[in-house]
Design a protein around this ligand. Sequence first.
Ligand code: AQP
Length: 326
Amino acid sequence: MLSGIQPTSGSFHLGNYLGALRQWVAMQDDHDAFYCIVDLHAITVEQDPKVLRENTRVSAAQLLGLGIDPDRSALFVQSHVPEHAQLSWVMECMAGFGEAGRMTQFKDKSTRIGTDRISVGLFTYPILQVADILLYQTDRVPVGEDQRQHLELTRDLAQRFNSRYGKTFRLPEAFIPKETAKIFDLQEPTAKMSKSVPAGVIELLEEPKRLAKKIRSAVTDTGREIVFDPANKAGVSNLLAIYSSLTGRTIADLEAAYEGKGYGDLKKDLGEVVTEFVTPFQAKVKSFLDDPAELDKVLHRGADRAREVASVTLARTYEKVGFLRP
Ligand code: AQP
């Protein structure tokens, strides 16, 4: 199993956690897991080197704080494993230009950033992701719904390569949790929660009081009933989904518990649930960040383990395409 996350913001958000990271933690028990902080992906948009370095360590500390165990999983930084960029080039040569242009995440982001400021790297981003996955002969990729199309591209390119050069890559499957595949923005509950829209995002490292305030001012509808109805009550349904997944209580149980109560009650209680979740997490992150040398050691160990597998796949791929042995 492999999955990755960008170190582009100082804090992961609840969408990252419920859509993907929670599965990372759970799946390391019975999978051979590779978890990658994808710093190569992070430079597809403008960034500050000092901030990137800092955020990469903060990302590692957060993953450890959430429960990734470096003794069971390979936790590493993408740029420490050069095979990612090397395989990416080969896969770029397998991908059609039109095919890459159909990626909706690229279309959304390029519209947001503006066509004159987007990089070629942002366009080829999904193909680097293809390489990330194929290098580890991955069966399963735990991700949120927004990554489904990139996973389909991965399967298509792997299949194309295998049929042109002979079986080389395993075909991976997306592992997308049903209830939390897409967590929505608190201010705009029909759009996915994303770090690009700070007003409606629950950042795991944000001060709990501010988080509770954000939840209190989440957009809801003018009705009163607390029921799960995403088509007509997007805001309330999103709050219920978050509440349910953080506490393990079913949606039906929550609907029954809040019958006759108001949106304010739900928001206040959810604020407490989120506070209970982030407070111990933030303390753990702080303790990991207090020892950057140890953090770096963990990441270097993870990269060594990742390279053992990645180098074998890359060598086989180079051989298949006809490169001479170095
Ligand atoms: N809102 C979400 N609901 C469920 N899952 C989500 N993921 C992201 N947003 C949601 C999942 O988190 C993992 C890491 O994604 P990423 O590396 O793209 O992280 P990000 O860039 O921080 O995500 P954003 O906030 O969505 O960034 P932008 O706005 O740049 O696209 C992935 O598995 C993803 O599915």
